[in-house]
Design a protein around this ligand. Structure first.
Ligand code: SF4
Length: 360
């Protein structure tokens, strides 16, 4: 039996499910804030196996989904300049104002290239010294250190035709905004394994201390997820709240110090605009003045345009766990993975796309 199979053992999963059932007193609403958890919970069948009373909510954990219309509008505005825009594949399909996406801009002649990493974008700049290249920076603490490392590399190599439009976001401030929002009813949080591998456990401690919320860092295999759910329910059962690290094979309590150092050197905290959550103070990463020659917002004077919201799209409510995806009136009618209206239907990690794929 290989290591992964051990975390998918059906007998152990059944055992954990029985314990969850036994310890569940009444309703328990848990939210995951990681697109990989969203997909893992649907794909493994956990969602359908959970006992009655367990409510699974997907929060703002998919980086593409939380990218705001105004940020998409800024990306589109960059495409109108004489530039090559490099982007992750998911982002290219996200509809922005008026339903236009980067894919639309590409079809209209904008030079847009899908890349797998910021390093790919830097290499394009290196190979094409006459071409100005802008990388569209989205993602959480998982992605930001790699982008920071590439910006440092560009600085060391004296590359002049490369920059980044950074709309990177930080998870703990978004969790603070969710926890403080009285509209949102959540009993426990499944914390993201990937992000936690970078930031460790400390930035989440406020969830238990200030809001009395059980919160567990978990991996992505069925046993990881079920065990984390059991830990949350047990805490509620025992009327206590703690933040626990249940993903020790990957996440060190102190996080990845080197990655955080690189990130802190290149970025500084700024307020950021989240789809559904609005502006959250200190939740974004802007490129610091030390590296401003690589900051596309300064190099090209690109600000956030004012835009109208996508009519009818309920992505904001879905991302806050206020409604399940199928309660959006456009779900599976006007909005499908083939013709998405909102970003939650675009990304493979979006909750609407996961709901469409695994629930229907
Ligand atoms: S179904 Fe489509 S329009 Fe509705 S919330 Fe999901 S992504 Fe947005």
């Amino acid at each position: 039996m290989n290591l992964l199979n051990k975390f998918r053992d059906p007998k152990l999963c059944q055992n954990l499910l029985s314990q969850i059932k036994e310890e569940l007193e009444d309703e328990f609403r848990f939210m995951e804030v990681c697109g990989t958890h969203t997909v893992a919970i649907f794909q493994s069948g956990i969602r359908s196996l959970l006992p009655q009373g367990m409510v699974h909510l997907s929060g703002p954990g998919c980086p593409v989904c939380v990218t705001h219309d105004r940020e998409i509008a800024a990306y589109l505005a960059l495409c109108e300049k004489d530039l090559l825009v490099a982007t992750f594949g998911d982002l290219i399909k996200v509809p922005g104002p008026g339903g236009r996406s980067l894919k639309t801009a590409q079809a209209e002649g904008a030079r847009i290239k899908v890349v797998y990493s910021a390093l790919d974008a830097l290499n394009i700049a290196l190979e094409n010294p006459g071409q100005r290249v802008v990388f569209l920076g989205v993602g959480f603490e998982t992605t930001a250190p790699t982008v920071a490392a590439v910006i440092k590399m560009a600085g060391k190599q004296g590359i002049k035709n490369f920059s980044v439009l950074s709309f990177h976001k930080l998870v703990p401030p978004a969790l603070a905004a969710l926890a403080a929002d009285r509209q949102i009813s959540v009993d426990g949080l499944l914390l993201p394994g990937h992000v936690s591998a970078i930031i460790g456990i400390k930035p989440y401690l406020f969830l238990a201390e200030e809001y009395g919320l059980p919160a567990v860092i978990a991996g992505f295999e069925p046993l990881d997820i079920l065990q984390a759910i059991l830990v949350m329910i047990r805490q509620k059962h025992e009327s206590r709240a703690r933040v626990e690290n249940n993903y020790r094979r990957v996440v060190a309590d102190q996080g990845n110090l080197r990655a955080m150092e690189v990130m802190d050197d290149v970025f500084e905290r700024c307020d950021a605009l989240w789809r559904g959550l609005g502006t959250i103070p200190g939740s974004g990463l802007a490129i610091s003045s030390k590296y401003e020659e690589f900051d596309a917002s300064k190099v090209y004077g690109q600000e956030l345009p004012l835009v109208e919201e996508i009519p009818g799209c309920k992505c904001g409510d879905v991302l806050k766990g206020l409604i399940q995806p199928d309660k959006c009136p456009l779900f599976d009618t006007r909005c499908t993975p083939a013709r998405p209206v909102g970003p939650c239907m675009v990304s493979t990690e979006g909750s609407c796309a996961a709901y469409h794929r695994y629930v229907l």
